[in-house]
Ligand binder design. Structure first.
Ligand code: 2HA
Ligand code: ZN
Length: 271
């Protein structure tokens, strides 16, 4: 059997958490990632039929029964994943009952998955209905995106439009725009349900005054979505208060979307 610490999915998780920590988006225990794994691939590294222990999920996700996820641990710091993946990460299988997680590896200090697991699993279930290839959900606290929440109206159309104005590539990278939830208590099933509902239409959901959720097929794609929003928000914050003399106009955004053949939110442009 191959050594789990050499598995490409562990390497990806180490690189991504370290990168996000150094970008300053995931202070302390901020942020969490869940990555759906292929059982056959995991079986090259672990006996997938011998759970270490079971952990109640706290809600029911029968649609994900049997699926395996690599998930960051509750209270754990992105800063430390690279140095000690086996304590800060875990691989769980959603049991057939849909309400229990079987721990196959990790959480070595007796820990468990992120407190945001309801949001993650509900988002996976919602995105899989729209895109059967969805594998990754990332939650983070990117600095400028968060700053923008305090000075910009939290209206999905207006917020998305402003982001699209800030970098030429934005409408191409996230043509479906950004969904927004009002401030809500985090770590609850309610915020999970609300996020998943938004994820039926958006791959990106802002949690007002808290952070952002992104979903995608790969770690790179999902990280890249959040990174592009954050870049646009940074430019917005850098130019806020200065007189705007240029902008990307709606006709130009339309031209971009059509040229790159993306299915964009037409109702988010002003024609
Ligand atoms: O787990 O980011 O939303 C830490 C968080 C909670
Ligand atoms: Zn958070």
């Amino acid at each position: 059997m191959k050594h789990i610490l050499n598995a490409p999915f562990i390497e990806e998780m180490k690189l991504t958490t370290a990168n996000m920590y150094r970008l300053g988006w995931d202070e302390r225990n901020g942020g969490n990632i869940s990555y759906m794994l292929d059982e056959r691939e995991v079986a090259q590294y672990l006996n997938v039929n011998r759970p270490i222990r079971t952990i109640p999920i706290g809600f029911s996700v029968p649609e994900l029964a049997g699926k395996l996820f690599l998930v960051t641990g509750t209270g754990k710091y992105f800063k430390n994943v690279e140095r000690d993946p086996e304590t800060n990460l875990g691989i769980v299988r959603i049991a057939q009952d849909g309400i229990t997680a079987e721990l196959l590896w990790g959480y070595r200090d007796g820990g468990k998955f992120t407190s945001e697991l309801p949001s993650h699993l509900m988002c996976h279930a919602a995105r899989l209905k729209v895109d059967p290839e969805n594998r990754v959900v990332i939650h983070s606290h990117p600095t400028h995106t968060l700053a923008m929440n305090y000075v910009h109206e939290l209206d999905e159309k207006k917020f998305t439009h402003t982001l699209w104005e800030m970098c030429t590539e934005c409408i191409v990278v996230f043509p479906d725009g950004v969904g927004i939830l009002p401030w809500m208590l985090c770590g609850t099933n309610s915020i999970g349900e609300a996020t998943a509902k938004k994820m039926e239409a958006f791959r990106l959901v802002v949690w007002a005054m808290h952070g952002i959720y992104g979903a995608g097929k790969t770690m790179d794609e999902t990280f890249g979505l959040i990174e592009t929003v954050e870049k646009a928000a940074q430019i917005y914050m850098l130019t806020l208060g200065s007189k705007r003399v240029n902008t990307i106009r709606d006709e130009q955004m339309k031209e971009l979307a059509e040229f790159f053949g993306v299915n964009y939110r037409k109702d988010f442009l002003n024609f």
